[in-house]
Write a protein that binds this ligand. Structure first.
Ligand code: 2RA
Length: 337
């Protein structure tokens, strides 16, 4: 048995990944309500030997629901998360709608589980799942922050198509075929050709010259690590990779930290695998980490542009759909049991 779960946005890439992760982690449930737009209502899914029929998401969808997983976009979360909470469901929201709302925990279970103390399945409330590129960066940065106090973080991201959804993944494949066949490329999702190209992240530009994805990295890092003293700056780029993000991270610390200390702390930290083989010049890649749970860290090395031992560079890869979204949300749900 276990809680009754609702999945709002079950037909999307993350919605489908929720189901895979529930099975992989043997997450206990007594029933699952699969919710989506009217357009998808009636669609059927076979899941763990049962046939489920997708229901239209309405205000009445959450009666008797203990945990409501949302990944249907910010407007749906804004419209229904409070309704679900009022019906007694504890909401785990993958959208950005409530991440910066005062009083809403923004949680990476390996980093700041204490932020959701007191929340339980069926107790109502909203818990926000951080942005994927923030999760993947902070799973690696947090143990180093605890060790030597991060003072400044400079992040360059190389973000996969999955972050922009199923349609972007399909467009990447279609365009790649078209280019190789010498045909004009189909272009619907992004303002730039995606195949054999990279471009500035497609999120809207804000008024300071940074896009929303970059500002999420800054603001969510401050909320999750519990301090706005850390100086954060980011450049977020979309790259022609299917479903795992890669990030180059430069860190400045309050105290000296050696490569050996950093490697030991990373190896001991939950949710991380260190893949740092200088002899073989072999390091994590998006393809090698796709569909895996952990964040992989390599290229751990002192920042020699400094004349002290307070700088490190890292290379981090993590699956955007899994740890960047669905797995992190299910791990939050596990803390509600
Ligand atoms: C992206 N972080 O990769 C977004 C997805 N939530 O575009």
């Amino acid at each position: 048995n276990g809680p009754t779960i609702a999945i709002a946005g079950v037909t999307g890439a993350v919605g489908q990944e929720f189901l895979r992760v529930i099975t992989e982690r043997k997450f206990p449930y007594s029933n699952i309500k699969m919710l989506a737009s009217a357009r998808s209502a009636g669609r059927q899914y076979e899941f763990e030997g049962e046939t489920y029929t997708v229901e239209e998401l309405t205000e009445d969808s959450f009666k008797g629901v203990d945990i409501a997983l949302f990944s249907a976009g910010g407007s749906i979360s804004k419209k229904y998360a409070a309704v679900a909470s009022a019906a007694g469901a504890t909401v785990v929201d993958n959208s950005s709608a409530f991440r910066m709302t005062e009083g809403v925990p923004l949680v990476i279970p390996e980093v700041n589980p204490e932020a959701m103390a007191g929340y339980r399945a069926g107790g109502g409330g909203i818990i926000a799942n951080p942005n994927c590129s923030t999760i993947i960066a902070l799973v690696a940065v947090a143990p180093l922050h605890r060790l030597a106090g991060v003072k400044r973080m400079v992040v360059s991201t190389y973000q996969a198509a999955s972050g922009a959804g199923q349609a972007a993944m399909e467009e990447l494949e279609l365009q790649t075929r078209e280019v190789l066949d010498g045909k004009p490329v189909t272009q619907n999702i992004f303002p730039f050709q995606y195949a054999f190209n990279v471009f500035s992240h497609n999120s809207p530009m804000t008024d300071n010259g940074y896009n929303e994805e970059e500002m999420k990295m800054v603001k969510e890092t401050h909320k999750i690590l519990g301090t706005s003293d850390i100086r954060v700056t980011a450049t977020c780029i979309r790259v022609p990779v299917m479903r795992a993000h890669a990030e180059s991270i430069n860190l400045e610390f309050e105290r000296d930290i050696s490569e050996e200390e950093a490697l030991r702390a990373l190896a001991a930290a939950p949710g991380i695998q260190v893949a740092d083989d200088r002899a073989a010049n072999w390091f994590p890649t998006p393809l090698s980490v796709s569909h895996l749970d952990d964040v992989f860290v390599g290229r751990v090395r002192r920042d020699y542009s400094r004349d002290d031992a307070r700088g490190l560079n890292l290379w981090v890869c993590g699956d955007q759909v899994k740890k960047g979204a669905a797995l992190n949300a299910i791990q939050i749900a596990e803390l509600l049991l």
